[in-house]
Design a protein around this ligand. Structure first.
Ligand code: HEC
Ligand code: HEC
Length: 330
């Protein structure tokens, strides 16, 4: 914490990252246990929010589909089960329940946004706190928390499945002495009308910008840019010098081409075990750094990922420099 405090260049994102890192260390076992152990039954319902790749600038970011038409018939029991599995490591749901990694969620729908008593919210969400939570705002938040409030302390990729979001919101609605009224037929109509024009342009195939291959991106990668980003976004959790200490994350010296998730003296989460032991390649590192929680759901690496393809290549080039025997990258 003090580290982030001293460095005025670190943005909210990093402050949140550091905060999360501390919290993750503190509650790691619980989180891993709950999130991972119950994964199987809901596999289909849980989709990690797709990260837009370096898409043509013209493409509007995909927003969530409205849940309004689904709320009245949503499956509250499924919403509850989903939240037990995916949210309860960080949130309690009962009236008067304690704040944990995240705030208690009883009565959150209809309540002022990001204002639960006794919880200190990140600056990222404070900037987005306008009015009270309604169904639409909750839909957007749960679809992609880090798009809704970039740098939020809620390290959760989001719920991309619209029915699953509707089920969760329907359950959240019941956590109240005075549940918000369900949307009226007119409100539902307005929501679907608003969605129609947006859906239309999807028909013509979006002008496909040629996607540069990883090899091409690595060939023109700039390790100095990777280094700058490392200092800003990774150094809070990782050292990269030879013999550097493990911190919230493992020391990364020589990580490229080393066996994944095998750094001696560091205890990795169960989430990465199935990916451990194989040597890291440029391609697997690229996938990991793009979306750690998509690559290994439940990983302790509370970092949303580097979305820009070239920036990831810059980072891989920088990681590769910090090695006794840099790998030959494609
Ligand atoms: C890894 C921990 C974590 C997980 C998992 C998590 N949350 Fe959160 N949640 C947080 C944190 C931390 C905040 C506060 C955000 C901030 O300060 O940036 C938050 C905030 C919220 C808020 C806003 C509360 C308010 O007071 O306005 C809602 C709603 C919410 N989470 C719902 C959920 C739901 C639903 C799930 C599961 C689908 C979930 N969260 C999973 C940590 C988590
Ligand atoms: C909030 C802390 C945090 C931040 C920020 C973070 N990491 Fe990590 N990182 C971790 C943790 C924790 C792990 C171990 C994952 C596990 O056990 O689930 C990890 C694992 C890794 C690994 C795999 C290491 C191995 O031994 O195979 C790489 C590579 C990595 N991180 C790179 C990065 C890069 C590059 C950045 C910045 C763009 C970054 N991390 C940002 C915490 C963090």
């Amino acid at each position: 914490m003090s580290k982030a405090g001293k460095d005025s260049l670190l943005g909210n994102k990093i402050a949140a990252g550091v905060l999360t890192a501390g919290l993750v260390l503190w509650g790691a076992n619980r989180i891993a246990h709950i999130v991972i152990s119950d994964e199987a039954p809901h596999k289909a319902a849980i989709q990690i929010a797709a990260l837009p790749s370096a898409a043509p600038a013209a493409a509007a970011p995909a927003g969530p589909e409205s849940v309004l038409p689904l709320l009245a018939s949503a499956d509250i029991a499924k919403g509850e089960a989903f939240m037990q599995q995916q949210c309860s490591s960080c949130h309690t749901f009962t009236n008067g329940g304690a704040n944990g990694v995240g705030p208690n969620l009883y009565g959150v729908l209809g309540a002022p946004m990001f204002a639960h008593a006794g919880f200190s919210y990140s600056a990222a969400v404070k900037a987005k706190a306008k009015g009270s939570w309604d169904f639409d705002k909750m839909n957007q938040w749960l679809f992609a928390p880090n798009d809704f409030a970039p740098g939020t302390g809620m390290s959760y990729a989001g719920i991309t499945n619209t029915q699953a979001r509707a089920n969760v919101i329907a359950y959240l609605r019941t956590l109240s002495t005075r549940p918000l009224p369900l949307p009226t037929a007119d409100e539902i109509k307005a929501a679907s009308a608003a969605a129609t024009p947006a859906a239309a342009p999807a028909a013509p195939a979006p002008a496909a910008a040629p996607v540069a291959s990883l090899g091409t991106l690595l060939a023109k990668a700039d390790p100095a840019k990777g280094q700058a980003l490392f200092q800003e976004q990774c150094a809070a959790c990782h050292t990269i010098t030879k013999g550097g200490a493990n911190g919230a994350g493992p020391n990364l010296y020589g990580v490229v081409a080393a066996n994944a998730f095998s750094t001696p003296g560091y205890t990795f989460s169960a989430a990465v075990k199935s990916k451990a032991g194989q040597p890291w390649t440029a391609a697997t590192l690229d996938a990991w750094l793009k979306n750690p929680m998509g690559y290994a759901p439940g990983t302790y690496m509370a970092y949303p990922g580097i979305k820009n393809d070239q920036t990831r290549a810059d980072m891989i080039a920088y990681l590769n420099q910090n090695s006794p025997t840099p790998a030959k990258l494609p």
